[in-house]
Ligand binder design. Structure first.
Ligand code: AKG
Ligand code: FE2
Length: 201
């Protein structure tokens, strides 16, 4: 089913079975600069291990989780306990909820120190996110390419440039039929913050 959350505002980037909408200038540059500086300095960034093919490996990036402390969240064999919202994260949450008319309980924060940091192919399809989750992805700092492709055929592969202050909304069936990754980018030597707002049931 192709129900559109944002029919008049922007086009769906996915050709079938899911929806992704990009708003490149969601936050103005000055506001995005402010959030990048504040979040870099104030969030509890840590490098955490995950389990991959039965092995414990360190993630190639730093992470932090904020939101409802009663609801822990886990993926790839790790459990994260959320810290309470900071003023900046709450401000961003409010803006995104107003705009999307969706509700979120948590934000998973990723800090890519430079182009050597990355995230491999995956879907955000944990049971606690529900059947067809809406996920709001906000980027500050270095521009990086976000890639998505159908989970079963592995093609076509779409490149989406996520710039400073951008918002990407993923909804509908996107987490069933599409996987995504943030590949390494050898020439990038600046840091990037990505926030994915999620609703845990
Ligand atoms: O850094 C990004 O743009 C992607 C992050 C992501 O896919 C995730 O946190 O699940
Ligand atoms: Fe993801």
């Amino acid at each position: 089913m192709q129900s559109s959350l944002f029919p008049n505002q922007t086009e769906n980037l996915l050709p079938f079975q899911g929806e992704m909408y990009l708003f490149p200038d969601f936050f103005a540059k000055e506001q995005a600069d402010h959030f990048f500086a504040k979040l870099s300095a104030s969030l509890e960034w840590r490098q955490e291990p995950i389990w991959m093919f039965g092995k414990r490996v360190m993630q190639p990036r730093l992470t932090a989780l904020y939101g409802d402390p009663e609801k822990p969240y886990g993926y790839s064999g790790i459990q994260m306990t959320p810290s309470g919202w900071t003023p900046e994260l709450r401000h961003i949450l409010d803006s995104i909820q107003d705009f999307s008319q969706a509700e979120f309980t948590h934000v998973l924060c990723n800090f890519y120190r430079d182009g050597n940091d990355s995230m491999g192919w995956h879907r955000d399809n944990e049971k606690v996110l529900g059947e067809n989750p809406t996920i709001a992805s906000v980027t500050f700092g270095a521009e990086r390419i976000f890639q998505t492709r159908p989970y079963s055929e592995k093609s076509p592969k779409l490149d989406i440039s996520l710039t400073h202050g951008s918002l990407l909304l993923m909804t509908g069936e996107s987490q069933h039929f599409w996987e995504h990754q943030l590949p390494k980018a050898k020439r990038v030597n600046q840091a990037r913050i990505n926030l994915t707002f999620r609703r845990l049931l």
